[in-house]
Design a binder for this molecule. Structure first.
Ligand SMILES: Cc1cc2nc3c(=O)[nH]c(=O)nc-3n(C[C@H](O)[C@H](O)[C@H](O)COP(=O)(O)OP(=O)(O)OC[C@H]3O[C@@H](n4cnc5c(N)ncnc54)[C@H](O)[C@@H]3O)c2cc1C
Length: 337
């Protein structure tokens, strides 16, 4: 059985879930890693190191920037020529668009944000969360090639073997597109909660430290944001000791405490860390849908009735401004940091 795996990257920085997709493909048979862009020699070697049987490379200045039309045309032409059984992509903003366009080009079905994929004879059975993660749906798709995007961190990452390498097979780039990219602006600091193994998240409660006196001259809203930012420093300290990322509830983002890139939940990022610590977050359904696939949830909240405790394995009913620094100090000692 043959699978083509799309290696999603931005200027050579790969979305790690691409390697998870490669590992899954190897479980089913042979795996070809598909790389589009310009000057990608380094990534070719990495793809072999993560287990690709072959690397199919469209290295063309016209593909230097992701544009859906060019990428979908190139990938669809490759799929038509190679006739794979399965096309795997990591779930990202780009691949949601790319997979949808390819499904039209290839007249086939697409399953997005899949968390498990099994084979039963010739059929693939895909599992994906529906109704905001309350149910897991099992879907069988009969069209071929099946297009599937995989949720980050839902599948194991293969072990990288630096001794491996090989030569890429060049494929034709269909780089003609009605759009071109003129440049990029960084909208806000980049943070990757999607790929993080540990996330420490703060909510509105992070602003609730009345013992802090804001600098004089601030109005009420400015004082609230200043307090929250002091609170998020404590959240950041704990995340940093644990080698993790900082997440946030929408209330914290809407309150101006922290940029949107940190938001977890229905209108933020869906995350699957090994450990998710929620501090000062009540646990509204729109937040919970973002953490349903977290392996271990720990909640810190003053309110023993907060809904977050229903999804937490461990809960601390106390003031986060006491608990979070105490946890940071304890982990620092334990981990020798
Ligand atoms: C369409 C839609 C989409 C949405 N999408 C999202 C989303 O993607 N992500 C998201 O998070 N929300 C989302 N929301 C908002 C969601 O409904 C909640 O309003 C939000 O999650 C609440 O954030 P919070 O828990 O930080 O704040 P609150 O609900 O105000 O909770 C604050 C918590 O902090 C606790 N607390 C206060 N002080 C302390 C202290 N000192 N120590 C310990 N605990 C303390 C309180 O007990 C309380 O439980 C969405 C809403 C809608 C309608």
């Amino acid at each position: 059985m043959k699978t083509l795996v799309y290696i999603d990257h931005f200027k050579g920085e790969v979305q790690p879930a691409s390697w998870e997709a490669l590992g899954l493909a190897k479980k089913f048979g042979t795996a070809g890693a598909v790389l589009f862009g310009s000057n990608l020699a380094g990534l070719v070697k990495t793809a072999f190191e993560f287990g690709a049987d072959e690397v199919l490379l469209a290295d063309d200045p016209g593909l230097a920037d992701y544009r859906a039309e060019a990428y979908a045309s190139t990938f669809s032409a490759l799929a038509n020529a190679q006739k794979p059984d399965l096309l795997l992509l990591p779930t990202t903003s780009r691949t949601r668009e790319l997979a949808a366009m390819m499904a039209i080009d290839l007249n086939t079905g697409v399953l997005v944000d899949v968390t498990a994929l099994d084979k039963d004879g010739d059929r693939f059975i895909a599992t994906r969360p529906i109704y905001e993660g309350k149910l897991n749906e099992k879907t069988v798709c009969s069209s071929k090639p099946l297009l599937v995007t995989l949720r980050a961190r839902a599948f194991p990452r293969p072990v990288q073997d630096a001794s491996k390498g090989g030569n890429a097979t060049k494929i034709e780039a269909k780089a003609v597109s009605p759009t071109s990219v003129e440049g990029y602006d960084v909208a806000e600091a980049t943070v990757s909660v999607t790929d993080a193994g540990v996330i420490v998240s703060g909510g509105r409660g992070v602003s609730n430290n009345p013992s802090l006196t804001p600098p004089s001259g601030m109005d009420e809203k400015q004082a609230e944001i200043w307090r929250a930012q002091q609170g998020f420093k404590l959240i950041g300290d704990l995340a940093s000791v644990l080698g993790g990322a900082v997440g946030a509830s929408r209330a914290a983002v809407d309150g101006g405490y922290i940029p949107y890139a940190h938001q977890v939940g229905q209108t933020g990022k869906v995350v699957s860390p090994d450990l998710y610590i929620a501090a000062g977050i009540s646990g509204a359904i729109q937040h919970i849908v973002g953490i349903r696939t977290a392996k271990l949830v720990v909640a810190i909240n003053k309110d023993a009735d907060a809904p977050i405790f229903k999804v937490a394995r461990y809960g601390v009913v106390d003031d986060l401004f006491q608990v979070v620094p105490a946890l940071t100090a304890a982990f620092r000692k334990k981990l020798g940091k």
